[in-house]
Design a protein around this ligand. Structure first.
Ligand code: ATP
Length: 263
């Protein structure tokens, strides 16, 4: 069964090279998380007292300002970070997508990278071989697929990576930001595949600053603030509180129609 149960979890980052007073001051001034000042080594409290139950079918958006703790929470939910205090019990096959380029090898061909990246995301070699034709067609890279990845432009790498990511069958899909950076034209082409990917996934947790993408993929949301969960509720409710206005107010009629909302 797919589930995530987090109880009173905290994640601290000790800053070992910030022992001197001036270094401590510099750290205090620049980061977004809460800094514990009483310890001998400064500690950034990236997550504090997180309690959360997620189950099959949940599609959760993470919103919050820079440094609020979204990426750290995603890493906790993906089992990449252990809580410093508290517990995180995760059941299910996790596909963490933090950076589209991670798991790609510049020295091997695009075709070989399709297999490697898919296996990195929890698929078997056989499953990836069955999906290669579909990914090749979507990424539309022609003969480039036989050349080493280092010969690709940034946009070409993104096409390939997005083709692979949207071909997998994850039980728990953890998505961070990066997708928003894909160019608008290609994103339009990838949108349908992303929606299908999320439908196939048991659970989705997605951190993004793009309201449209969040509405496309999620129905509930968590607002992170200073390492804590400030609000957890329906996506519209949380975004309205976070932004101070209803997100539907400033979406185009076309977008609202696509999202199934009337103007
Ligand atoms: N590896 C690390 N070492 C030290 N501090 C860290 C580390 N990772 C995150 N932090 C700190 O933890 C806090 C939360 O960072 P996090 O990356 O989770 O925020 P975020 O909400 O994802 O921000 P953004 O929207 O800018 O990506 C910040 O204060 C950050 O400086």
């Amino acid at each position: 069964m797919v589930s995530i149960q987090v109880r009173d979890a905290c994640v601290d980052f000790p800053i070992f090279d910030a022992k001197s007073r001036s270094m401590k001051k510099a750290v205090l001034a620049k980061v977004g998380g809460k800094i514990g000042t009483d310890a001998r080594v400064p500690i950034i409290e990236a997550l504090n007292a997180i309690t959360l139950d997620l189950r099959d079918g949940d599609r959760v958006a993470l919103v919050g300002h820079n440094g609020a703790g979204k990426s750290t929470l995603l890493r906790l939910l993906a089992g990449i970070y252990e809580p410093t205090r508290g517990t995180a019990d995760i059941h299910g096959k996790i596909a963490p997508v933090f950076d589209l380029a991670v798991g790609m090898d510049p020295e091997i061909s695009g075709l070989e990278n399709i297999l490697i990246r898919g296996m990195f995301l929890g698929m078997s070699r056989k499953q990836m071989l069955d999906r290669v034709d579909d990914i090749v067609e979507f990424s539309d890279l022609g003969n480039y697929l036989n050349l080493p990845l280092r010969t690709y432009s940034t946009g070409m790498r993104v096409r390939l990576a997005l083709g692979v990511v949207t071909s997998i069958d994850p039980e728990i899909l953890i998505l961070d930001e990066g997708l928003g950076a894909v160019d608008a034209e290609f994103m339009a082409k990838a949108r349908g595949r992303l929606v299908d990917l999320v439908k196939r996934s048991g659970m989705l947790v997605f951190a993004s600053h793009s309201d449209e993408l969040l509405f496309e993929l999620c129905d509930t949301a968590i607002w992170m603030d200073g390492g804590r969960m400030k609000m957890h509720g329906s996506l519209r409710e949380v975004l309205t509180a976070y932004k101070g206005r209803d997100p539907f107010e400033y979406m185009s009629a076309e977008t609202l129609e696509r999202l199934g909302e009337s103007t």
